[in-house]
Ligand binder design. Sequence first.
Ligand SMILES: Nc1nc2c(ncn2[C@@H]2O[C@H](COP(=O)(O)OP(=O)(O)OP(=O)(O)O)[C@@H](O)[C@H]2O)c(=O)[nH]1
Ligand SMILES: [Mg+2]
Length: 263
Amino acid sequence: MEEPGTVYFTGTAGAGKTSFARAFAEWLQHAGYDATLVNLDPGLEGSDFEPDVDIREWVRLADIQDEYGLGPNGAQVAAADMIALKIFDVKQAVQELRSDYVLIDTPGQIELFAFREASRAIVEALSGDRSMIAFLYDPALARTAGGFVALMMLGATVEFRFRLPMVNVLTKADALTPEQLAKEMQWAGEPGALSDAVADETPTPDAQLSSELFRALESMGSLTGLVATSAKEGTGLEAFYQSCQRVFGGGEDVEPSHDPTNE
Ligand SMILES: Nc1nc2c(ncn2[C@@H]2O[C@H](COP(=O)(O)OP(=O)(O)OP(=O)(O)O)[C@@H](O)[C@H]2O)c(=O)[nH]1
Ligand SMILES: [Mg+2]
């Protein structure tokens, strides 16, 4: 059996990681693929998300706070190390399900995930040859050119830390006006339009810093487009799937493991 395609969903707090991972899992199921949804967020709350493999079986944020008298951030730091210690149990549970795709929802606080060594150990343990990161752009933060560039830099940081191929995803597209959506998509596709917008926004921009920054982001491949999606309306999921396929298989579809018309 071919190794599954593994996708990590990352992005700023509230960017829509959990909603998008879940919507994509449902889309894959309808398209005839098996998807294992993995929750790596020890603080996940809410009952309508039912992951197939759940870190909370081993590590729960509320329990760590109670046991060690920690606040939510201190508990997240402690949890990251505890998750790393349990990661082979998680891996075994994922492997037993033998799915075509493994979708991994990561903790809300991205700096904890991106900067801690424990996270690198976690990603290393769970990743095979077919692994990638979906970096989610929250439209509320991407609305200004400065905010958009800041997200690009954060995405570049995540890519630099984990050294995995990355696909950029704009979430909650339904919450944007068509004009806002068109503007953000243009910034993603045309570096010149984005750098002009940054210059317009900042009355006295440091032109040299901006142009060096753009060059660095460009050479890291951080300006390679954006897939507009909405978990709420179920849009953009096929386009995201195609982007994943380009990363995993040079654009070729894998055969569905079951026929969706038989369900
Ligand atoms: N309009 C709209 N809202 C969305 C969409 N996806 C998520 N949201 C809302 O955005 C908020 C955050 O969504 P989550 O999926 O929990 O985001 P997250 O990145 O997992 O959040 P944390 O794990 O807490 O950092 C919720 O209020 C969702 O209802 C979408 O496609 N459209
Ligand atoms: Mg979440």
